[in-house]
Design a protein around this ligand. Structure first.
Ligand code: NAD
Ligand code: NAI
Ligand code: ISE
Length: 339
């Protein structure tokens, strides 16, 4: 079976996902594309044999030729399209964040509960990255003992001019919020945010860098450096310090060159390059699940949890205080542990 996919949002990542659905993955065809910028949608759809341009996201979801939906428009639009997909009974892959407020995510959980099944997968692609998977396997193997601390860095070379300080939390560090829940298999219970000396290269409206501190339910502490004007490239770091040893992501890039009395390697330019394979594996998993009539990957609960923690971090950024996180009860539909 070929899964006929409709894509809402033909921006940077929408274009990337359309390319991989069309040219890299098996079992999917992009049949409909929309964007609030119709010229953008037309330009992207022109490169995809058989893809039609539709006027709105609602049209894509309602279209009889669309079996499943990919939402890659910007965050504040996600709720509307995810709820409409669930109402139409169509599987939906939604880029992070699931939605930008706790209440909006709650409405999505309620919609899935009312339907009695899951339709949503959230695009937390790091769970599909080979190095993060090896890190989780090293922890699960047990020899290192209980995790005590996690040191993370999330560095972007630059960010677009429309990027705001809030996005450092809910668009950027949201990946760490998700991945530490997944790595340690427990929820986050409190957050703090510290403001180091400003990077003078950052736009005047930006607080950059930031340090996000997260407290895990089991007592481990997580620190996340978020730097979005680091210049030298896209650098994602994660080291878990456990009772009897440490485990960390290896350098990305895969080759170390020694020459002229020096050694070194390439730093990825951006998220497209660093997580290229992870996005492929993630979306193939989604396509296979849709074809098989099942669900997979990060759930709406994971999207909800990440947004609730991001909200706490935003409050901590504003107030300078420690902010507690309360998720409420996890509905049975989403199992017992971080999925
Ligand atoms: P973008 O601005 O490049 O693209 C978004 C596109 O959506 C634009 O073309 C815009 O015109 C269109 N759009 C906006 N509202 C729309 C609507 N209501 N209906 C249809 N189209 C609409 O943004 P991007 O960088 O591609 O990011 C898109 C999403 O992907 C965001 O949620 C972002 O957080 C996520 N993202 C995730 C990763 C990741 O690493 N997982 C990386 C980049 C972006
Ligand atoms: P972008 O700004 O490049 O693209 C967004 C697109 O959505 C634009 O083309 C815009 O015109 C369109 N759009 C906005 N509102 C729309 C609407 N109502 N209907 C149709 N189209 C609409 O943004 P980008 O970087 O592609 O990010 C999009 C989403 O992907 C965001 O949620 C972002 O967080 C996520 N993302 C995820 C990444 C990841 O690593 N998983 C990486 C980059 C983005
Ligand atoms: C972007 O939306 C992403 O998701 C990238 O992975 C992240 O590194 C970047 O900071 C975000 O803006």
């Amino acid at each position: 079976m070929t899964v006929r996919v409709g894509v809402i949002g033909a921006g940077m990542i929408g274009t990337e996902h359309i390319r991989r659905l069309t040219h890299v993955l098996n079992g999917a065809a992009v049949v409909a594309v929309t964007d609030v910028d119709p010229a953008r949608a037309a330009e992207v759809a022109a490169g995809v044999p058989g893809a039609r341009v539709l006027a709105t996201g609602k049209d894509v979801i309602a279209d009889d030729a669309v079996d499943a939906v990919v939402v890659t428009s910007w965050g504040p639009t996600h709720e509307e399209y995810v709820l409409a997909s669930v109402a139409a009974g169509k599987p939906v892959f939604c880029e992070k964040p699931l939605a930008t407020t706790r209440e909006a995510c709650r409405r999505i959980l309620d919609a899935e509960e009312a339907a009695g099944r899951r339709f949503v997968m959230v695009g937390f692609m790091r769970r599909y990255d080979a190095s993060y998977r090896a890190l989780k396997a090293a922890l699960a193997e047990g020899g290192l003992g209980a995790p005590l601390m996690v040191h993370c860095a999330h560095r972007n070379a630059t960010v677009p001019s429309l990027y705001t300080s809030d996005m450092a939390i809910n668009d950027t560090s949201v990946h760490e919020i998700d991945i530490v829940r997944w790595l340690l298999d427990e929820e986050i219970v409190a957050a703090r945010v510290l403001r180091p000396r400003r990077n003078s290269r950052a736009a005047p409206h930006l607080v950059d860098p930031l340090v996000v501190m997260l407290e895990m339910a089991g007592g481990a502490l997580v620190d996340v450096e978020v730097s979005v004007n680091i210049g030298y490239g896209y650098d994602i770091r994660c080291e878990v310090v456990a009772e009897g040893g440490t485990a960390a992501l290896a350098e990305a890039g895969g080759v170390v060159v020694r020459s002229g009395g020096r050694w070194g390697g390439a730093v990825p330019a951006d998220w497209r390059e660093r997580f290229l394979r992870a996005y492929d594996v993630e979306l193939q998993d989604w396509v296979d699940a849709v074809a098989g009539g099942t669900t997979t990957g990060p759930t709406a609960w994971d999207g909800y949890a990440a947004t609730v923690v991001a909200d706490a971090c935003l409050e901590a950024l504003r107030t300078g205080e420690r902010v507690g996180v309360s998720l409420g009860e996890r509905p049975a539909l989403y199992g017992l542990v971080a999925s």
